[in-house]
Design a protein around this ligand. Structure first.
Ligand code: KIV
Length: 268
């Protein structure tokens, strides 16, 4: 049986948690990257609004629009070869009203062919999440460091270090579970706290900068490949794509300048 035939569905992620089998998720923003992930044992692909920082050159995720997120999700679905694709709901696409949230979540499903959506879950948006799950759209929650709250937080800082922060994150995660999410992303929280929260929740936790006790892990693919310039503390670059690409491009430039490319073999 190939990895593709053994693919987990979103509904099957809960069984993985019960069986103690780790869940693997990664980001993609385009068809080419999605097709690469589809060749690997990845349980789901997230079209993160981190596309803003990673490829669009913004300093936060706040400028992303619904049209841009749907555009990127369409590309990813075309390359994903059946791996479930989750579209990340951008800032102000779900906060205004539950009806607006459902309309926007529906765009990821109807226009882009996504399998579900991700929402950064504060208590205020629980009615919106309930509205989306009641329309049978799978929702991935997100607590801990929520990048769309960067202005309020005053930067990208580890969350859950103080008792009041930990209490708030626990309450948000429980409310998300109650609202019917299929899993919860835990971003940048202390590992011991993440372990306790993962045990307390019935739905799987997907960690990023949250230590090894989460039920699964997600990273930005560009970070994992060593393509981005300054990896964060929690990223382990498994390759040096940026260095390899720089070497290749420099070699190309050298050959062009020396009149050695194209040679006979690469000409008609
Ligand atoms: O936007 C994103 O890519 C994310 C994660 C990596 C969890 O939210």
């Amino acid at each position: 049986m190939t990895d593709q035939q053994k693919r987990t569905t979103l509904a099957g992620l809960r069984a993985k948690k019960t069986a103690g089998e780790k869940i693997v998720a990664l980001t993609a923003y385009d068809c080419l990257t999605a097709s690469l992930l589809a060749e690997c044992p990845v349980d789901f692909i997230l079209v993160g609004d981190s596309v803003a920082n990673v490829v669009l050159g913004y300093s936060s995720t706040l400028p992303m629009t619904m049209d841009e997120m749907v555009y990127h999700t369409k590309m990813v679905v075309r390359g994903a070869g059946g791996v479930p694709v989750i579209g990340d709901m951008p800032f102000l696409s779900y906060e205004l009203s539950p009806e607006e949230a459902l309309r926007n979540a529906g765009r990821f499903i109807k226009e882009a062919g996504a399998a579900g959506v991700k929402v950064e879950g504060s208590i205020d948006v629980i009615p919106a999440i309930r509205k989306i799950t009641s329309a049978h759209i799978p929702v991935l929650g997100h607590v801990g460091l929520k990048p769309q709250s960067v202005l309020e937080l005053g930067g990208y800082k580890v969350q859950g270090r103080t008792e009041s922060q930990a209490r708030r994150i626990r309450a948000e995660a429980r409310a998300l579970e109650e609202a019917g999410v299929f899993a919860v992303v835990l971003e940048c929280v202390p590992r011991a706290f993440a372990g306790r929260l993962s045990k307390a929740l019935r739905v799987p936790t997907i960690g990023i900068g949250a230590g090894p006790a989460c039920d699964g892990q997600i990273l930005v693919t560009h970070d994992l490949l060593g393509w981005t310039e300054k990896p964060k503390k929690f990223v382990k670059p498994y390759a040096s794509v940026r260095a390899v690409a720089r070497e290749a491009i420099t070699a190309f430039a050298r050959d062009v300048k020396a009149g050695e490319f194209p040679d006979a073999e690469h000409s008609f």
